[in-house]
Design a protein around this ligand. Structure first.
Ligand SMILES: [Zn+2]
Length: 217
């Protein structure tokens, strides 16, 4: 009963945080109750004003200390990172040879096209082409060239992307989170977490031990 009245008082006083610098819940907007699907809220309780996460639905999931949930989350991120590192070690490097072949072909087509240009002018000069035919041929070559240039640009981008390797980028993001997290204020923690996590589902049976909750990320 005391818990509930504290909740009510807190709720009445609650001012929605708009400025991320003032945000006091590092997990704001990220944690959902696995039982009822509601977003979990932060509440401060006890004489030391310790932050807890709680489900706003009555008699739903039990609350847990924010500190414990954050600790568990860091463990989850660490284990995801190890999995990614392992995958990166075991995975074969991406096969970009078809892209390289396509790029090589495009580059050769471009130089063939460039070689054709002077011939067009020769044909105009020696009278093989009249002005109209020359203009048409020139325009056709230029159109073909801009299409090939665009293709070359796209292929170069694709090759770059394939080389960057998605797993490595994700692993680096997770490393950043792990190294930066402890030193940040709640609003910054929240923004950082949202770069790698969309949703955390939380559950904790009533009357379970303080750390008897589970989260899935
Ligand atoms: Zn709930």
């Amino acid at each position: 009963e005391q818990w509930e009245s504290v909740q009510r008082i807190r709720k009445d006083r609650a001012i929605p945080p708009t400025n991320p610098k003032r945000l006091s819940n590092p997990l704001s907007g990220l944690v959902y109750c696995a039982v009822c699907g509601q977003k979990m809220q932060q509440i401060r309780a006890g004489k030391d004003d310790i932050p807890y996460l709680y489900c706003i639905k009555n008699q739903c999931c039990a609350s847990a200390k924010m500190e414990y949930i954050e600790g568990r989350l860091i463990q989850v991120i660490e284990s995801k990172l190890s999995t990614l590192r392992l995958q990166a070690l075991c995975a074969a490097p991406p096969d970009i040879s078809p892209l390289l072949t396509a790029l090589d072909f495009t580059v050769r087509e471009l130089s063939k096209l460039d070689a054709r240009l002077p011939r067009l002018y020769e044909f105009l000069e020696d009278g093989t082409y009249d002005r109209d035919t020359f203009r048409q041929r020139l325009e056709a070559v230029e159109n073909e060239k801009s299409a090939l240039l665009e293709r070359r640009y796209e292929l170069e981008k694709d090759i770059e992307r394939a080389k960057a390797r998605i797993t490595r980028r994700t692993a680096e993001q997770l490393e950043d989170v792990l190294s930066l997290y402890p030193a940040l204020v709640p609003g910054e923690k929240n923004r950082l977490l949202k770069t790698v996590i969309e949703r955390i589902d939380y559950s904790k049976p009533k009357n379970s031990k303080p750390m008897g909750f589970s989260i899935s990320v």
